[in-house]
Write a protein that binds this ligand. Structure first.
Ligand SMILES: CC(C)(COP(=O)(O)OP(=O)(O)OC[C@H]1O[C@@H](n2cnc3c(N)ncnc32)[C@H](O)[C@@H]1OP(=O)(O)O)[C@@H](O)C(=O)NCCC(=O)NCCS
Length: 367
C-alpha cells in the first residue's frame, strides 16, 4: 500500500521539506548509475531547490509516494513526481520529473504519481506535459527503434520508461545527445583560442565574464537569452518564447549563487552597432569541482557564418583553468538534429556519453 502526499517547494534551503528534494535526487542518482554509469550529470538537492526559488518564474509542486502515511523523512519515500510550471511564459506547459525507487517499480507507484501529477497540472491550467528520460550511450543505434518525431535519432522502444510513457499517450518529440570531453592542456587550449582569435573579423569584440552578469550588460544578455529560447531546435514540441529582461536575468544569477554554482561566459559584441550578438557559457558546481557543464551557445541570426560560435567556445574553454583549476571534464547536450552544433562540438573533442528522450503529452491528443 502506498500513499501520495503533496508538498509545496521548500521556502528555504533549511526548510524541513528539503528531504523531498534530497530523496528525489537520490532516486535520480540511482537512475544515472544504472543508465549512464556515473554521476557526472547528477544535480544536487540544492540545485533542485534553486530552480523553484522564484515562484514568479517557475512554480514547483512535489508529490511523494510513501510506504504509508505522511512521509516525514527520506527513508519512507518510494517515488517522487515534481512539476515545474513556467509562470512568466509558456502558460500551457508543465515539465514533469517522475522517478520510482528501483525496488518499488512495477507495482503501480509510478502510475499513481503520474495520475496525481496530471491533476495538479490541470489545476494550474496546464495542457502540455513534457518529460525527459535517460538512455545509455552504448545501445547500438539499431536498438533505438522508437524514432523521434524530428526524424533524427530515437530511443529504446522496450525500456520501462518508453513503455510507461507511450502507454500513457506521450510521443517522443526529440532525441538528445549528451557529450563529454577531457579538458585539453593549458597550452592546447591557448593555441586553439589564439588560432580562432587570429581569424576574428575586426568588427567584433570578445567579453569574458566569470560570475554574475555585470549591470551594463544585463539588457543585452537578457535579449540573447530570449533569442536562445526561441532559436534552440525543439522540433514540434510545444515550447514557446521565454520572456527575459534584466530583472529575470539578475534573479537567474542569484539562483546560481544559491545553488553554489557559478558561471563563465564569453559574449561577442558587434562594435559598429554596440549590440551583443552571441554568447556561450559554462556552469560549474562547487560541490563537483572536476566538471564544467556547457550550457547555451548562440550566435544571433545576421551574424552567423563568420566562425563566431567556434571562436567564443575556444575563448571560453581557454579561460577555464584559471577560474576553475580543478575541472578535468566538460559535458554538453544537443538535439540530435542540431548538426551544426554537434559538428562544432565534435571538432572540439566531445564524444557521445549518454542519450536522452524528450517526450510530450498534450491533453486531448490521446483521444
Ligand atoms: C517510469 C517509472 C517512473 C515507472 O514507475 P513504476 O512504479 O514502475 O510504474 P508502474 O508500476 O505504475 O507501471 C509500470 C508497469 O508496471 C506494471 N504494474 C503496474 N501496477 C502493477 C501492479 N499493481 N502489479 C503488477 N504490475 C503492475 C504495469 O505493467 C505497468 O505498466 P503500465 O501501467 O504502463 O501498463 C520508473 O520505471 C522509473 O522511475 N524510471 C526511471 C526514472 C525515469 O526515467 N523517469 C522518466 C520517465 S517517467
Amino acid at each position: 500500500m502506498h500513499a501520495i502526499t503533496r508538498f509545496e517547494h521548500p521556502a528555504s534551503i533549511d526548510a524541513p521539506e528539503m528531504f523531498v528534494l534530497r530523496a528525489e535526487r537520490d532516486l535520480w542518482a540511482e537512475v544515472l548509475l544504472a543508465k549512464v554509469g556515473d554521476l557526472d550529470m547528477f544535480e544536487s538537492a540544492e540545485l533542485a531547490f534553486s530552480y523553484g526559488m522564484y515562484p514568479e518564474y517557475h512554480r514547483h509542486i512535489h508529490l511523494v509516494a510513501s510506504d504509508g502515511g505522511t512521509p516525514t523523512c527520506q527513508e519512507h519515500v518510494l517515488g517522487v513526481a515534481s512539476l515545474d510550471m513556467p509562470m512568466a511564459d509558456n502558460p500551457r506547459l508543465a515539465i514533469l520529473s517522475l522517478v520510482v525507487r528501483s525496488g518499488s517499480r512495477g507495482k503501480g507507484v509510478g502510475g499513481a504519481l503520474h495520475a496525481a501529477a496530471l491533476k495538479v497540472a490541470e489545476e494550474f491550467g496546464r495542457s502540455t506535459i513534457q518529460v525527459w528520460t535517460w538512455e545509455p550511450v552504448s545501445i547500438p543505434d539499431g536498438a533505438r527503434e522508437l524514432p523521434a518525431e524530428t526524424g533524427v535519432g530515437g530511443v529504446e522502444r522496450d525500456s520501462a520508461e518508453s513503455r510507461f510513457l507511450a502507454g500513457r499517450g506521450y510521443t517522443l518529440g526529440q532525441a538528445e545527445r549528451i557529450s563529454r570531453m577531457a579538458l585539453p592542456s593549458v597550452d592546447d587550449l591557448a593555441a586553439m583560442r589564439d588560432a580562432e582569435l587570429a581569424r576574428m573579423p575586426s568588427e567584433y569584440e570578445i567579453i569574458t565574464i566569470h560570475g554574475p552578469t555585470p549591470d551594463d550588460l544585463l539588457d543585452g544578455a537578457a535579449a540573447l537569452s530570449a533569442t536562445m529560447a526561441a532559436d534552440v531546435p525543439t522540433g514540434d514540441l510545444d515550447v514557446g518564447e521565454e520572456l527575459w529582461d534584466a530583472e529575470r536575468l539578475r534573479a537567474s544569477d542569484a539562483q546560481l549563487d544559491a545553488a553554489d554554482r557559478d558561471q563563465l561566459q564569453t559574449l561577442i559584441r558587434h562594435v559598429p552597432s554596440g549590440e551583443l550578438v552571441g554568447f556561450t557559457r559554462f556552469l560549474h558546481d562547487r560541490s563537483r569541482p572536476e566538471i564544467a557543464h556547457q550550457w547555451e551557445t548562440l550566435v544571433v541570426g545576421g551574424h552567423r557564418g563568420h566562425g563566431l560560435g567556434m571562436l567564443m567556445k575556444a575563448v571560453n574553454h581557454a579561460a577555464i583553468p584559471e577560474v576553475w583549476p580543478r575541472v578535468t571534464r566538460l559535458i554538453t547536450g544537443n538535439a540530435s538534429e542540431n548538426a551544426h552544433m554537434l559538428a562544432i562540438n565534435t571538432a572540439l573533442g566531445y564524444e557521445p556519453y549518454a542519450a536522452c528522450g524528450f517526450w510530450e503529452w498534450r491533453r486531448g491528443a490521446d483521444g
